[in-house]
Design a protein around this ligand. Structure first.
Ligand SMILES: [Zn+2]
Length: 424
């Protein structure tokens, strides 16, 4: 294989595919609503298959609806795999996931234009239901593929209308064969928008993602006593909301003072009876805690559990904590991270190593193959919203870094760490 260092993607062609994708499920404000396994998803999948066939890829669909396109290499070694997801949030943007899939397609175009043959085959992929906006939990396609979720679990997930994943997969005609799953993977690289403000703030073009933060989700119930807002004297109240407010303040202060990389979010809350002239008798809220170091996260969670108990005792209310999720951090493969940094430098792109606060398909693929992610800046850090934006210049840089990583990896015999190939 000849590596041509000045080889570059065609940004105009890549932008045209992004614009075309942005018409499928378009909503006001430049956004997209393309929930997994809907008719919009079906339309986008059809177009994606057509595009892949036009560039000479051999396409296939597996039993989770994941779509692959394969470009043969000079040898029959395990392929370099690149891609992401084409589904969106209900009020999503036009780049989240989509950029990674369409940049992968552009990589193939560019290799074809330059007459490049690689040693390893290259496969591009669109994973099903990454967002989890229609079928919970997220990452069902990649999680099913690597065995985090078994097939019965994936197929039985229901949307709000009670329709199952399997029914809807059948309905749009994308229930493929188990034989079509990725059999072998040399390495996986996912280009994705950052979805946070760090790269833009630091004015850096490329993030070489070292890993994904681990996450704990708790549901916390505070029970006091309801009563009439007028006659009950303040000193005699057991107001669940006032007690919960003390918990909120305490958790936030502790997070800010203990470790600057801890993220804590209370994103959901219900108050009972939720009436203006009634003292709240019960409050239920969620708590999401993330950190790249599992030990730091676990200690933080253990401490706040104890401290919340103390505060609730002082406030004379009851506390009940339910553990909803506990997911350890992901560390991507050192050689892939290094390759991303190297390719960025070759392209004169500013680059920084960073961690991801959000989950991605790469998290699960990392369990079966050496994996890495390339981040490009999100303007204002905005994502999962119509106004999500990544500038053309950054898209071009990200796609070029992806191209050069693929060129390097597809010519390598082995990565130094033993490659765990998928057993499917
Ligand atoms: Zn995404």
């Amino acid at each position: 294989m000849t590596v041509t260092n000045n080889m570059q993607v065609n940004i105009d062609r890549l932008k045209r595919t992004i614009d075309k994708s942005a018409q499928i499920g378009e909503i006001p404000g430049n956004g997209l609503c393309r929930l997994a396994l809907t008719k919009e998803d079906k339309e986008m999948r059809g177009l994606f298959l057509e595009w892949m066939e036009n560039v000479g890829l051999t396409t296939r669909v597996d039993d989770f609806g994941n779509i692959y396109g394969r470009r043969e290499g000079l040898s029959d070694l395990a392929p370099v795999v690149i891609g992401s997801h084409l589904d969106t949030q209900p009020n999503g943007g036009r780049f989240d996931g989509i950029l990674g899939v369409l940049a992968a397609l552009e990589v193939i175009h560019t290799l074809n234009d330059n007459g490049i043959e690689t040693d390893r085959p290259i496969e591009i992929v669109n994973f099903t239901n990454e967002e989890g906006a229609r079928f919970e939990p997220p990452l069902l396609g990649s999680g099913g593929l690597v065995g985090v979720f078994d097939k019965e679990f994936v197929y039985s997930r229901k949307d709000n209308a009670g329709k199952t994943f399997e029914e809807e997969l059948n309905k749009i005609g994308y229930k493929g064969s188990i034989k079509n799953r990725l059999q072998r993977i040399h390495s996986y690289i996912e280009l994705h928008i950052e979805q946070g403000p760090v790269l833009e703030n630091k004015q850096i073009a490329i993030g070489a993602v070292e890993g994904i933060k681990g996450m704990t989700w708790l549901e916390i119930k505070v029970s006091g006593e309801s009563g009439h807002a007028g006659p009950t004297p303040m000193a005699m109240r057991r107001d669940a909301l006032m007690a919960a407010s003390k918990l909120f303040v305490h958790i936030e202060e502790k997070a800010k003072s203990s470790d600057e990389d801890i993220s804590m979010t209370i994103g959901r809350m219900s108050i009972y009876p939720n009436v203006a002239n009634c003292i709240p008798g019960e409050v239920v809220f969620s708590l999401d805690v993330r950190h790249i170091d599992d030990q730091v996260r676990k200690e933080f969670v253990a401490e706040i559990k104890e401290e919340m108990e103390q505060i609730c005792q002082q406030e004379q209310v009851q506390l009940e904590i339910t553990d909803l999720w506990d997911i350890n951090a992901t560390a991507f493969h050192p050689e892939i991270i290094e390759q991303i940094v190297k390719s960025a430098k070759e392209f004169d792109c500013s680059v920084t190593r960073m961690v991801s606060g959000a989950g991605h398909d790469a998290k699960y693929i990392n369990q079966i193959a050496p994996t890495g992610m390339i981040f490009v800046p999100s303007i204002g850090g905005k994502s999962h919203i119509e106004s999500e934006l990544t500038l053309d210049d950054d898209i071009e840089k990200g796609a070029n870094v992806l191209l050069h990583c693929v060129l390097q990896l597809s010519g390598k015999e082995e990565l130094t760490t033993k490659i765990k190939e998928s057993i499917h």
